[in-house]
Design a protein around this ligand. Sequence first.
Ligand SMILES: CC(C)(COP(=O)(O)OP(=O)(O)OC[C@H]1O[C@@H](n2cnc3c(N)ncnc32)[C@H](O)[C@@H]1OP(=O)(O)O)[C@@H](O)C(=O)NCCC(=O)NCCS
Length: 303
Amino acid sequence: MDAPIPRPYSGPADLRRMQDLVSRVWSHAAHWHIGDLAWQRSQHAGREAEWRTALWEDGGAVAAWAWMFGGEELFLVVDPARPELADAALAWSARTADDPARMTVTVLDREAHLIAALDRAGLVRAPDPVHAVYMRRGLADLPEVEVPEGFRVRAVRGVHEAAARAQVHQAAWRPSRVTADSFREVMAAWPYRADLDLVAEAPDGSFAASCLIWFDERTGVGELEPVGTDPRWRRRGLARAVCLAALHALRGAGGTEAVVYPVVGIERAAAAAPLYTSLGFTPYARSLTYTPRPDSGRGGDDR
Ligand SMILES: CC(C)(COP(=O)(O)OP(=O)(O)OC[C@H]1O[C@@H](n2cnc3c(N)ncnc32)[C@H](O)[C@@H]1OP(=O)(O)O)[C@@H](O)C(=O)NCCC(=O)NCCS
């Protein structure tokens, strides 16, 4: 059989098709949630020129996609029922990377069909002290929200709050490339819902902490991405309060489970995993990084 031919990304309708695949194949063995695509492609709006994205289609639906971020960092989602498309995506990445020998591929440790393809293409696991831990929590037994005195926890009211919303994100994640404009893009992305975007308002009216949940109605699973507290207001229980309020809102919207992926190994996110553990999340998977074998001189199988 001929190798399946990909086509390039051609605009926002394709993003939705890529999300449809992510939702259709979502499980606890999946690296991507629809919220990841919405957040990661919208928060850096304007950087599209740095990205290369290819889609493999089958009967009008996307069956696989590959996204080369920044020329060397590959992400891919492949329908586990079509494992041969993982080979095609890795071959595409070897043709597409700026320098295939320096390419990295990030997958989840439970993505057996992708790991098998990485093995076939001759890529090997790289040391990855920085990686994501995948955590989950059911919503049946949520504690009540306790809001620290003087603060108010509420949902974002609409796009007119994009600048204030971006500001609390920037404070928590400094240095951050998120701007008021890119946050407007986030708010316009499917499936953003302001009622699942919770903030803690400080006594002066500014936002002190925030938690955004992306809800996939098809799976019942909401993803927390991102969460942050302005450094001036940390260790007062504000992240706990906004996250719990967001989890209650998720349950109210029909959600049954929440997932979150704290990154371990970087100083500025060191508090993330302890926060989610304290909220009752438990780990179920982790990300892995693959690279071409040091002596291979290139990445993947360049068929
Ligand atoms: C992680 C973060 C959101 C926590 O915000 P916060 O408002 O200070 O957290 P809270 O005060 O609500 O803490 C709730 C619990 O989380 C845990 N926790 C929070 N910060 C912690 C830290 N620095 N070290 C260890 N545990 C911590 C504790 O169990 C804490 O309860 P306790 O204070 O009663 O011990 C904040 O540190 C932050 O914005 N970090 C940078 C961005 C980030 O990592 N976001 C999460 C990414 S997925």
